[in-house]
Design a protein around this ligand. Structure first.
Ligand code: A3P
Length: 310
């Protein structure tokens, strides 16, 4: 009797909290059941993603995913699954992948993000064979800034393994001073090359290309685009965010104050010499132009890389 009372109070309390604005869609569900010590809603299932954030690495993919989590019709997979770009993970099969997804209701959209998918040679074909009508999201960032951010992340990983720090210049430039195109932090920024692989499988209107810079300055406008692309009623508003001036980023506003991303987002970047920066930009200009033509949008990341659309 006591156990039953405890259970019904816990579930009533759970329904009360879930219905008090955090997850309004849950309110349609009646009595949850407890299975294996977990509250389970009868119509909730783990479902394969209907949308995937495929990249770019260091483009703000975590911020985008966490911000989308505000929408009651969106369920996010917090972990980067690396399912479609890793042969061992892929060999586990789609059912294994599905079981890693969060519980959702039929009218909710599950979203996964793994930025390494964008530059993988296999991910596009594998995602297409899972669901050829899936929606894909790409957050594109100025490739020179992205390269430095990527470099900084690699250096932080080296330091944590007690390895010595290398300079950006020694990695990004060959001895003759030319750009080292195969250095991954550079190569990942040749967006048209990677996008062309995806366009072998998906049409451009299945891929939403966003600006990483705008996501920082005006997340609400970027999120509005994403919600419409996903076929959702725009729900995420300015009041869901607070600006953190010391970090220079928006954070999610919650009842406890603000929820900012971890310290690994928004790291300080090394300052390049003006010459090194110019060489880096010169290298990316033709690649950026090619990318702008492909996606039909001028990101104008550098002063002299704009193209005109007639
Ligand atoms: P930096 O660390 O170079 O500033 P990802 O999540 O794909 O790894 O991208 C990390 C980048 O997200 C950060 O790069 C940062 O610029 C960007 N970003 C965008 N919006 C952010 C936010 N609200 N909070 C923190 N970082 C954000």
């Amino acid at each position: 009797m006591k156990v039953f009372f405890l259970f019904s109070s816990v579930s009533t309390l759970a329904i009360f909290f879930l219905c008090s604005g955090i997850r309004p869609s849950v309110c349609r569900i009646t009595i949850p059941q407890v299975q294996n010590n977990r509250i389970h809603y009868r119509h909730a299932k783990r479902r394969l993603p209907k949308a995937i954030i495929i990249g770019v690495r260091k483009g703000g993919s975590r911020a985008l995913l966490e911000f989308l989590d505000i929408h009651p019709k969106i369920r996010i997979c917090h972990r980067e699954m690396h399912f479609f770009n890793n042969d061992d993970a892929y060999a586990e099969g789609l059912e294994w992948y599905r079981r890693k997804m969060p519980y959702s209701f039929a009218d909710q959209i599950t979203i996964e993000k793994t930025p390494a998918y964008f530059t993988s040679t296999d991910a596009a074909q594998r995602i297409h064979s899972m669901n050829s009508s899936i929606k894909l999201i790409l957050v594109a960032r100025n490739p020179a800034d992205r390269a430095i951010s990527d470099y900084e992340q690699i250096q932080q990983n080296r330091l944590s393994r007690k390895k010595q720090r290398q300079t950006f210049e020694e990695l990004a430039f060959n001895v003759d001073g030319k750009i080292h195109e195969d250095y991954l932090a550079i190569e990942r920024g040749i967006y048209h090359k990677h996008l062309s692989v995806w366009l072998n499988y998906f049409s451009l209107d299945q891929i939403l290309v966003l600006s990483s810079e705008l996501l920082i300055t005006d997340p609400v406008s970027v999120l509005r685009k994403v919600q419409l692309f996903l076929g959702l009623q725009p729900y995420i508003r300015q009041s869901h965010f607070v600006y953190n001036p010391s970090k220079g980023f928006y954070c999610k506003a919650d009842s406890l104050g603000r929820q900012c991303l971890s310290k690994s987002k928004g790291r300080a970047h090394p300052k390049l010499s003006p010459e090194a920066r110019r060489k880096l930009e010169d290298f990316f200009i033709p690649h950026n132009k090619h990318f702008y033509t492909m996606v039909g949008r001028n990101f104008a990341w550098f002063q002299n890389d704009s193209i005109s659309f007639v």
